[in-house]
Design a protein around this ligand. Structure first.
Ligand SMILES: [Cu+2]
Length: 376
């Protein structure tokens, strides 16, 4: 049977721009896109893996893309050939074919071979993600909170307890890291595109992240990858891959109580403000034991403030402490009662004497104090 589809060439052609104009528009769009992409800073690119785990994902990704491109190209080329060769011509009746074993076996066997070639390494690597950790692996528990990350290193803290930090994970280069994932409130997801992930952090459930070894010293961007409420897009973190010596120095410094600030200094005033207003929520090793807020030990050495959203400059820390809600859509407990969620950070200074819990001078002092908490 032949089917003839006729286009009515007599129909008026309306609403179409001339071909040359459409071509120019398409060319312009392509140039604009290329310029945009070239200007991109891509700290979260999966195309530059820097760990064994991310490298495996990258390898299989490229393999699948290449295989799919070859198949796609061959199918389109065959289609183009058939369309031209067997186009309708007056007076020619198509040859009638009933079955072709060679053809059918070929187009069954070839896709099976391609799928097996993709499936075998994929399944081997997926199975590999559940391997037990190496004996010398570094163990870390990462806990997702609305809207920040807590990192606990069992056994590395004071008296053999947990060493705790927040929003910036430090790991040594070349050593296997085994991360256990938990969540405090709602579902979050842990993802460091150039190193590892993504895996969900689920309340009342313990998930194991794929073990990985970072292959290069550097700073890597992480991100919550599961919608978790109003500030989800601003729930980020950093991973610092350090040399072994730098990592050990950081661990020792995290465990040492900070030096007392000089009498009469801004930092000393800041410590007083901290004890009065911040210590119930924030722990600083050797100074306070707070609950519900990120651990601020060695905060002066963090690269970021606000769960990875801003560089930790004096101006940014000051703004964060003054009015956290200007930077992140965190509900205000004075306006919206929050149930079942950890306590959230108050707004301290908005130049409104009726509301302000701190003066601007006190904000400056506590900012100076936090920034003085540095590695020794
Ligand atoms: Cu989240």
């Amino acid at each position: 049977m032949t089917i003839n589809i006729r286009t009515d060439s007599a129909a008026p052609r309306t609403g179409r721009a001339p071909t040359s104009l459409r071509f120019a528009a398409a060319a312009l769009a392509a140039v604009a896109l290329a310029a945009l992409l070239a200007a991109c800073d891509t700290p979260q690119t999966t195309f530059e893996p820097r760990s064994d785990a991310a490298q495996r994902v990258h390898t299989i990704y490229i393999f699948v893309i290449v295989a799919a491109s070859i198949v796609g190209f061959l199918v389109l080329a065959a289609m183009a050939y058939i369309l031209v060769k067997y186009r309708e011509r007056p007076g020619r009746v198509p040859q009638q074919i009933h079955g072709n074993n060679t053809l059918e076996i070929t187009w069954t066997v070839v896709p099976i071979l391609i799928l097996v070639a993709i499936a075998v390494p994929t399944i081997i690597w997926i199975a590999g993600t559940t391997q037990p950790a190496d004996d010398d692996a570094l163990h870390v528990t990462a806990v997702g909170h609305q809207w920040w990350f807590e990192f606990r290193y069992p056994g590395l803290g004071p008296d053999g307890g947990d060493l705790v930090t927040a929003n910036e994970l430090r790991i040594p280069v070349g050593r296997q890291v085994a991360i256990t994932l938990e969540a405090k409130d709602v579902i979050h997801s842990f993802w460091v595109p150039r190193l590892v992930g993504k895996t969900d952090m689920v309340p009342n459930r313990v998930n194991q992240l794929e073990k990985f070894k970072a292959t290069e010293i550097g700073e890597f961007y992480g991100q919550c990858a599961e919608f978790c409420g109003s500030a989800h897009a601003l729930m980020r973190f950093r991973v610092h891959v350090d040399s072994h010596a730098d990592f050990d120095r950081w661990v020792a410094s995290m465990n040492a109580p900070p030096e007392a600030p000089a009498v009469g200094s801004a930092e000393e005033g800041g410590l007083r403000v901290f004890r009065a207003q911040c210590a119930t929520c924030h722990t600083i090793q050797g100074v306070s034991e707070g609950a519900d807020g990120p651990n601020l030990t060695l905060f002066g050495d963090r690269a970021t403030v606000g769960a990875g959203i801003l560089p930790s400059t004096t101006a940014n820390v000051k703004e964060w402490v003054s009015d956290v809600r200007a930077l992140k859509p965190i509900p205000d407990p004075r306006e919206v009662p929050i149930e079942g969620v950890s306590r959230v950070m108050p707004t301290f200074y908005v130049e409104d004497p009726d509301k302000d819990l701190l003066t601007e001078a006190q904000v400056d002092q506590v900012t100076a104090y936090l920034q003085s908490l540095r590695l020794r």
